[in-house]
Unconditional design. Structure first.
Length: 255
């Protein structure tokens, strides 16, 4: 992401400076819909303020961790304190700066599409929290990236990701957007968004919301299987993916 387009990073830097007071996250969708929410405060929240689903997710983490779309680093920092070796990545220079200022030991400027640059078997757990399954962007890219995740994770590696079922809404604005997407050959929950902060306008990016049925279709044949789904209030849910076929140990046979 080009620095002068890093509205998300500017938002996080402003929220860190003001302790979240008065900073809103402004999201624009490509159909003209604009939303503003106090989410920046949540990006800096401590474990005690997290949702039950988020707390359950971090309890499932094992070994070396890759935090994809780390934002302000709240998950990375918590897992560091628990003794995990954590690498936090984000495509926002401002987000990586905030992570480092807050004490994340390994924070790298890297978009999800470049995870293949990590060495094979570098991580035991990949986390995509805060709805960050959305960073897969679309059906075909998700299929491709899941294979990259397979390569960079260990024999018993796992992915823990949060997403939202886009169909659990009665809002005519969102239902209309679903139709708009289908008319142009996109998935109903495939959002095209950009972040705005003060005078900075971010670049457009795809962000994917999926139902459980769509999730199964994406995971099928990817080298991963759905091991666990954790639901809660509302339309959000967490999925744990495990390798569908364990890679053979040296001199061993496949399981």
């Amino acid at each position: 992401m080009r620095k002068h387009k890093d509205a998300y990073g500017a938002e996080l830097l402003a929220a860190r400076k003001s302790h979240g007071v008065g900073v809103l996250e402004i999201i624009e969708r490509d159909d003209g819909f604009i939303s503003a929410s106090p989410l920046p405060v949540r990006y800096f929240s401590e474990y005690s303020a997290w949702s039950r689903r988020e707390k359950q997710a971090v309890r499932l983490v094992q070994g070396r961790v890759l935090d994809v779309g780390a934002g302000a680093g709240r998950f990375a920092l918590h897992l560091q304190k628990l003794g995990h070796e954590v690498t936090a990545i984000d495509n926002s220079p401002g987000a990586i700066k905030v992570c480092k200022l807050r004490g994340v030991k390994k924070a790298q400027l890297r978009p999800i599409v470049e995870i293949r640059r990590f060495e094979p078997a570098s991580f035991d757990t990949v986390i995509m929290m805060g709805n960050n399954f959305g960073l897969f962007g679309g059906y075909r890219r998700a299929k491709r990236l899941l294979k990259d995740f397979d390569r960079i994770t260990s024999r018993g590696g796992q992915i823990i990701a949060e997403t939202t079922d886009p169909y659990r809404t009665r809002d005519s604005l969102h239902l209309g957007y679903h139709r708009f997407n289908r008319e142009r050959g996109r998935m109903s929950g495939q959002l095209k968004l950009r972040v705005r902060h003060e005078k900075t306008i971010g670049e457009w990016f795809d962000y994917l919301l999926v139902s459980r049925k769509e999730l199964k279709e994406i995971v099928a044949g990817s080298g991963w299987r759905i091991a666990k789904i954790v639901s809660g209030k509302g339309s959000g849910y967490m999925v744990v993916l495990k390798k569908s076929v364990l890679a053979p140990a040296a001199g061993g046979t496949r399981i």
